[in-house]
Design a protein around this ligand. Sequence first.
Ligand code: NAP
Ligand code: G3H
Length: 482
Amino acid sequence: MSLCHEERLYKFLHNNEWKESDTGEVIQIFSPDDKKVVGQVPAMSQLEVDQAIQDTANVQEDWAQQEVNDRAELLHRWADELEKMTDEIGEMIHLEVGKTLSSAKGEVKRTAELVRYTAEEGLRVAGGFMQGGSFPGGKNATKAIVDKVPHGVVLAISPFNYPVNLAAAKIAPALITGNTVIFKPATQGAISGLLMIKALVKAGLPQSVLNTVTGRGSVIGDYVVQHEKIDMISFTGGTDTGQHIAQKASMIPVVLELGGKDPAIVLEDADLKKAAKEIVSGALSYSGQRCTAIKRVIVMDSVADELASLIKEEVDSLTVGKASESANITPMINEKSAQFVVNLIEDAKSKGASVISEGVRDGNLLGATVLDNVTEDMDVAWEEQFGPVIPIMRINSEFEAIRLEKQNKYGLQASIFTKDIENAFAIAEKLHVGTVQINGKTSRGPDHFPFLGVKQSGLGVQGIGRSIDSMLRDKVTVLNFS
Ligand code: NAP
Ligand code: G3H
């Protein structure tokens, strides 16, 4: 595939056949980089979605009966095919969601590694054995075999910003554990997701073990989520969507990885140069469109001037332009998202924030803005910007940093920059987040680490081993010897 845009229709996968919707309805996908059409995906009807789910449910028991080694082999072959398709899929990620080509290809390679590790880790799943005699009044003649069994049909819903990696991070653990999968990609990112599934079909996906569902989440989402044959949902996306899904899905397990407002807490004894570098790369890579982006800096007032000027220096060295030019700051996913960030900046300015570096806007391309003296009455202190703006809040004690973190509705990750590791641990213990990074930017990887959000940042845990756990439930068989 060359890097040209085309009007091509990318079909959905139904029982290993690529199909168009009977309705003839399609959704056009425009590149955020230059607004040209990248391709089209079918807007499936409820009837087609229902058929996809029913067929996937029908083969689940057979799939679960297969040897786990065979399922692991499939995942290894999938990883191989993904690697072979790195250029094709990477180029599509680049066009479809506006990542630079190297970052897009990097996403595909990271995904192949994640799939391989998942295949290996899936081989180590083990249940347990318990004796009744260890409970008061119980007898050793009563023995429980605790097996680990799949939920059934897993619904995997992914966001636009990692259209391949965050989809595979759900699909691979679901498949290795004997679940079948309905994959609903983000509409912006759907073509990349479908190409990733093309690699899975090439690897030998058995018929109906995974079917894809394309169409707007706002149109078909509730129908899929509430379908009686869906047994578990693994979702990554915005907090509002996640909360909506959790309310609609009743009596089935749900894993939610949602938004964040990760703070970088910088103490007086921090290596400020290193902190500034980590903050800028953590806040602005992919123009801040990462759940784990650093979304506010909380710094001791005595070192705030120096840190702010180091941050400004770093930010001013970044290039702003198109993803096709490999710029550092590239167009946001759409104009609405850019406008949301601009509104946050304007609100902060009107309430007295000082602008130490101002990004210029051209449609959905927004240069990076650094705001100092951000105070608690400003929306940017609390809202997830998901874009290229660094708000700096000044504090006079570590207690204030802890309070500001705790007060926020999100709780994904936090960074602490200090040379006093003992103190870093003491602060880390008090923060209400899933992960604390000491002297490093917030980020998800390595992908086998547990990854979770607390408060409104999520429910349940991902990361390869934990994702596998989330795809299984206990099944207890009790032997009653006389
Ligand atoms: P989003 O708008 O919430 O969409 C996420 C997914 O949900 C898409 O596939 C979307 O489909 C689908 N969806 C929308 N409405 C639905 C419904 N009623 N039922 C079922 N599915 C529905 O999020 P996004 O804009 O793609 O991603 C940005 C957000 O995700 C940010 O808040 C970011 O922090 C968060 N995120 C979190 C993590 C994490 O691991 N914590 C990782 C990445 C992103 P359509 O595209 O068709 O609407
Ligand atoms: O956008 C959310 C992703 O989970 C972030 O992953 O920290 O590897 O960029 P990352």
